[in-house]
Design a protein around this ligand. Structure first.
Ligand code: ADP
Ligand code: MG
Length: 204
């Protein structure tokens, strides 16, 4: 079972990864966007850490809902409301349980991903974060590491795609040949989840 600490650790690890990779995420957002995805995400996850410290939410669901609300109010851009929705909906799905099972977490994240698709009107293949999130969350059924790897593969597979949603879609054909920044950050989030899950196993 995964307790509140597990989710706090995930967010701490995610914030560190976003901080480390912010330059790269912004670089990905240069040719097919407005070169702000890394700074948007860094601002959001810095605020997430501050909010978790200030509020100390008591359950996994409350952690994820606070993360979602914080991302909505701080990330900006297209990705802020979408990542906000992902975490808020997943948090809601977890309810007020003190601990959640791996299948419950997977189901909650799947509900979050569905909500992102509904809010943004995108589907896999449109060259967005969904190209990492959909295969990544599906593969969590195998293992956390399999989820991280499927998300990374999905992010890389956005390179030859033509963007059909978001800012990159304005470029039409010229969006081809570049990795989608949101797919890259989504893969990062699932990689940190796998890292934390493996660390928790090791500590048992
Ligand atoms: P902005 O595009 O407003 O500058 P960001 O640079 O922070 O915002 O985020 C861009 C990312 O948001 C894209 O790489 C893509 O993955 C994601 N995105 C944009 N629009 C959508 C959408 N409609 N559905 C899903 N993801 C989207
Ligand atoms: Mg941008």
């Amino acid at each position: 079972m995964r307790d509140t600490d597990f989710f706090r650790s995930w967010m701490t690890e995610a914030a560190a990864a976003v901080d480390r990779e912010a330059g790269w995420l912004t670089e990905l957002d240069s040719p097919i966007g407005d070169a702000d995805h890394g700074s948007n995400m860094r601002r959001g996850f810095t605020a997430v850490l501050a909010a978790l410290d200030a509020d100390a939410p008591a359950t996994p669901g409350a952690v994820l809902q606070l993360v979602g609300r914080t991302l909505i109010s701080t990330v900006g851009g297209a990705s802020g409301p979408l990542y906000g929705m992902l975490f808020r909906r997943a948090g809601k799905a977890l309810g007020d349980a003190a601990e959640v099972s791996d299948p419950e977490l997977r189901e909650a994240l799947a509900a979050g991903v569905d909500a992102v698709a509904q809010l943004g009107g995108a589907a896999p293949g449109d060259k967005t974060m969904l190209d990492a999130l959909v295969p990544g969350v599906a593969a969590l059924g195998t293992s956390y590491r399999a989820g991280a790897e499927a998300a990374a593969d999905g992010a890389l597979a956005t390179v030859p795609l033509r963007a059909r949603k978001g800012r990159a879609s304005y470029l039409g054909e010229r969006s081809i040949g570049h990795q989608d920044p949101g797919a890259a950050s989504s893969a990062l989030l699932l990689r940190t989840l796998a890292d934390i899950a493996e660390r928790a196993e090791g500590a048992r």
